[in-house]
Write a protein that binds this ligand. Structure first.
Ligand code: NAP
Ligand code: HSE
Length: 428
């Protein structure tokens, strides 16, 4: 047996402790599969006195993650602290400068600085792997960089944030209020340190931008992702979409169009009986489309200790086996600068309006929609006890611009209260 691969783990929270547990539990299995032992040399976190539920006494302790990254007795620096700058970035840069390979679960850091880090790593002869950063336990990076490497990828799509899917589905199925479900997601270890990254769609946008870079051979362009979170979605929307045969999902789509690279992450309606519509809890689903392979659907746990640590360790084993994959599946210097394109493709839309209940109100709305070129496919008005009536409209296929014009128009009719909710309906 050859020399052990020595790990330094920065971050001993949900993911870091999950990694320690796998290394301790599966040392023999990993050694056989990797062809060499994999050992933890040193660890780092803020609080050396916290009880983390595992025995860490055999490992050197560093309170400063940069000091850990510079140690001469590690081969792989595992960054599972989080944060798109600060100590996570400084320590990752230090590890690369020291010639260490890096395994990261940090999509925020990679979405913001992935290109610079990849160029630095490749210049230093180091590798960066980040399977855990996208869709938790689902091996989607390996699917793109290895299994589908011979395909021209045409589209990447999916549900990539476990927290949002957990909240959207659990509120509906258990009839629990948002606050209760949010705390459940926290207890399951799904939430980012700053949960607005989850709810605002930013975390899922980070992930989509990383997949798009690999899929389309472009530099990571997170700033070009059109982002919308789930914060405007109410339990009423969830129930009413259900009444119309749909479920609401925070759905990401990245595709190369004739106009450039389209990347969007937003709440969409999908048919309730479709595979995406059936997705429950913290589960993620990623759909990959390639010119030779057709469509591939990957589904699994998108967050939490075990699934995420499983993905981190898959990268570690890949490195232990001697693989030297480029960060984004091709040399970083060969990635092109993408041209950002807005989503302009036609789709049906769901509209929810709070309509003042008086004669002629509905006619005014129909007229504004007609003027904007939006045709109504189905409409439902709900019973109500006050002066406003919730009205749901499903449109025929129309463009995002026409929907924006229609929404602006209805605001000026004087017969609606609040802003209309408009959600794209994806046929998947
Ligand atoms: P977490 O539970 O909050 O743990 C973060 C760990 O980093 C803690 O041990 C903390 O130390 C340590 N830390 C934070 N700032 C530090 C600093 N300045 N110096 C030293 N240590 C520091 O986070 P997590 O859920 O494990 O997530 C870690 C990373 O994995 C994030 O990038 C996240 O986006 C990503 N990720 C998480 C999941 C998931 O399901 N949780 C899934 C995929 C990817 P203390 O414990 O002493 O406070
Ligand atoms: N906060 C993330 C989520 C963790 O809920 O999906 C996994 O990346």
């Amino acid at each position: 047996m050859t020399d052990p691969l020595r790990l330094g783990i920065a971050g001993l929270g949900t993911v870091g402790i999950g990694v320690v547990k796998i290394v301790q539990r599966h040392a023999d299995l990993i050694a056989k599969r990797a062809g060499r032992p994999v050992e933890i040399t040193a660890v780092s976190a803020r609080d050396p006195n916290k009880d983390r539920g595992v025995d860490l006494s055999a490992y050197a302790w560093e309170t400063d993650p940069v000091a850990l990254a510079r140690r001469g007795d590690i081969d792989v620096f595992i960054e599972v602290m989080g944060g798109h700058d600060g100590p996570a970035k400084a320590a990752t840069e230090a590890a690369i400068a020291a010639g260490h390979d890096v395994v990261s679960a940090n999509k925020a850091l990679l979405a913001h600085s992935g290109q610079a880090l990849a160029e630095a790593a490749e210049a230093a002869g180091a590798v960066i792997r980040f399977e855990a950063a996208v869709a938790g336990g689902i091996p989607v990076i390996k699917a793109l960089t290895e299994g589908l490497a011979a395909n021209r990828i045409t589209r990447v799509m999916g549900v990539m944030n476990g927290t949002c899917n957990y909240i959207l589905t659990r509120m509906e199925s258990a009839g629990l209020p948002y606050e209760t479900v949010f705390e459940e997601a926290r207890a399951l270890g799904y939430l980012e340190a700053d949960p607005t990254l989850d709810i605002g769609g930013i975390d899922a946008g980070h992930k989509l931008s990383l997949l798009a870079a690999i899929a389309f051979g472009t530099k990571v362009s997170f700033d070009a992702v059109a982002l919308e979170g789930i914060d405007r979605i109410s339990i009423d929307d969830i129930r009413r979409a259900g009444d119309m045969g749909y479920r609401i999902k925070l759905l990401g789509v990245a595709q190369q169009t004739g106009r450039g690279l389209e990347q969007r992450m937003s709440p969409c309606l999908v048919p309730a009986d479709s595979p995406l519509g059936q997705l429950q809890g913290g589960t993620n689903m990623v759909v990959l489309e390639g010119d030779s392979v057709g469509q591939i659907v990957l589904r699994g746990a998108g967050a939490g200790e075990g699934p995420t640590a499983s993905a981190v360790m898959a990268d570690v084993i890949e490195i232990a086996r001697g693989s030297r994959m480029s960060t984004f599946g091709q040399p970083a210097t060969s990635l092109s600068q993408p041209v950002a394109a807005n989503a302009s493709g036609a789709a049906a839309y769901y509209l929810r309006l709070e309509l003042i209940d008086k004669p002629g109100a509905l006619a005014k709305i129909a007229s504004v929609l007609g003027d904007a070129g939006v045709s109504i496919s189905r409409m439902r008005q709900y019973g109500h006890e006050d002066t406003t009536a919730p009205v749901l409209i499903v449109t025929h296929k129309t463009t995002p611009d026409a929907i924006a014009t229609a929404c602006e128009g209805v605001m000026g009719t004087g017969v609606v209260t609040g802003k209309p909710v408009a959600l794209r309906i994806e046929q998947v």
